[in-house]
Design a protein. Structure first.
Length: 472
């Protein structure tokens, strides 16, 4: 282990890395079930099983590459946002061509394959690394805090949605707090109000347990806090709501659906269907996927690495090329097995905060994803409220990166401020970076400092303007 991952050099141990990998897994395990739900429009069947298998296999392979090629603690899986966009594209192909959903799905996989190949070539040729270096230092400094706000927004908002006979989803920050009194909230949410109260209590108890343990220097504070939150939620489910939180395990199947994957998604590229959507549409879709994925990945790597102190004085991360190659391999593997773009997950920050510093963290998470082929029902019983505790805590810590921003320098402060608000609102790291780069470029140009902006920054800013206004 020491020779492969250089644990002593990175100031870590096997135990710490394994705990960090487990922590990362618990915060992102939701993607195992959510990804096939989104990509198949919640239709359970052979395609759902195929996407489920692809999610586990492609994620694991990408994380193994991250572990052994880059020796970094970052986890990868089909990206949120990108998978929703993929589902929309598939539905549009159905409407455009009249093909079945499965045939359209297999046509859309060709887009992901081409995107992954493009990224692999760009990564090998160091072009993606040059793009990272072209991002101005001020914008880079704002990425981590902006991701922190997005994590808090996910934890307090979209990660937990409560449904009831009156509708839903109802979210913590929108529907529980604010002007709503308990009586009004109960009328609005119906039977879901009790679940909402349990969710809020669980979330904050887990958060405070993590904070207290972290202040005491306890290793694995994030993981322990999540476990406490999980037990509290399970007890509340059983005692207050009268629900058995483990009931799903009694009817769950632990047999991997390999046959369904081979039938529906494994190397099932529909090139004829892809060509039928038209070359202009195909090119714009590939460009769109490329831009979103590229800057989501860059933002996550730079932001998380900055928080962990894994960057040099210029904000550059060692082995960036290898990390980007791992990401590209994951996307190609995802296309071949049957899922949307695989990208570096922002939830990696939870494992980094738990002490993960090497590829052993990524390897641990990858092994757990691979194991989920057999134990997915167990991963599915982790309550979302428990993962929210970890996401909120990590988000708060990532806000500390603001101390490096020069608040009296508008060249830095304006792009950073716009990123801070646009990232949680848009739920896109890439889009927020684009807004930051455009604002930085505009300010420099019109304040007579155009020469301080690199040519590549101009090009990237122009591409984002095209993306925002001309490409869906």
């Amino acid at each position: 282990m020491e020779q492969i991952f250089k644990l002593k050099e990175n100031g870590t141990t096997v135990r710490t890395e394994i705990l960090a990998g487990l922590t990362t897994f618990m915060t992102m395990a939701y993607i195992i079930a959510l990804n096939p739900n989104l990509l198949t429009n919640f239709e359970v069947g052979a395609l759902w099983n195929g996407v489920f298998m692809a999610t586990c296999l492609a994620s694991a392979l990408a994380m193994f590459c991250m572990a052994f090629l880059a020796n970094k603690p970052f986890a990868l899986a089909p990206g949120m946002g990108l998978n929703s966009f993929f589902a929309v594209v598939t539905t549009n192909i159905v409407a455009l061509t009249g093909m079945t959903y499965l045939e359209s799905f297999q046509s859309a996989l060709v887009i992901i394959l081409l995107e992954g190949i493009v990224f692999l070539i760009l990564s090998i040729l160091n072009i993606r690394e040059k793009i990272v270096e072209a991002i101005p230092l001020g914008v880079r400094l704002g990425i981590a805090p902006a991701i922190g706000l997005m994590l808090m927004n996910i934890g307090l908002g979209s990660n937990v949605g409560v449904y009831s006979e009156t509708g839903g989803p109802f979210y913590v920050m929108r529907d529980f707090f604010g002007a709503l009194t308990p009586s009004v909230a109960q009328t609005t949410m119906g039977s879901g109000y009790t679940t909402m109260v349990l969710t809020v209590v669980t979330m904050f108890v887990g958060l405070f347990v993590i904070v207290i343990l972290a202040k005491k220097g306890v290793k694995g504070a994030v993981l322990l806090g999540m476990l406490v939150a999980s037990v509290l939620y399970w007890v509340g489910d059983f005692v207050v709501l009268g629900v058995n939180p483990f009931a799903s395990l009694s009817t769950a199947s632990f047999v991997p659906p390999f046959a369904d994957m081979m039938e529906t998604t494994f190397f099932k590229f529909n090139f004829q269907g892809f060509l039928s959507i038209g070359w202009f549409t195909a090119v714009t879709l590939i460009i769109t996927f490329c831009m979103i994925d590229m800057f989501d990945t860059i933002g996550t790597l730079v932001g998380t690495a900055s928080r962990a102190g894994m960057v040099d004085k210029d904000g550059n991360m060692p082995n960036m090329k290898e990390a980007l190659i791992s990401d590209a391999i994951g996307t190609v593997a995802g296309a071949c097995t049957g899922t949307s773009t695989v990208t570096t997950f922002v939830e990696s920050a939870s494992g980094v905060e738990a002490g993960g510093r090497t590829g052993l963290t990524a390897l641990t998470t990858g092994v757990l994803f691979l194991a989920c082929i057999f134990i997915a029902p167990i991963a599915a019983i982790i309550p979302a409220a428990a993962t929210s505790s970890a996401l909120i805590y990590v988000g708060v810590l990532m806000l500390m990166g603001l101390k490096h921003v020069k608040f009296d320098d508008l060249d830095q402060m304006v792009p950073v401020s716009l990123m801070l608000i646009s990232m949680p609102i848009s739920s896109s790291i890439g889009h927020a970076i684009g807004i930051g780069l455009i604002s930085y470029t505009v300010i420099k140009v019109f304040s007579g400092k155009a020469k301080e902006v690199s040519v590549l920054t101009y090009v990237i800013s122009a591409l984002f303007l095209v993306k925002f206004f001309l490409i869906v």
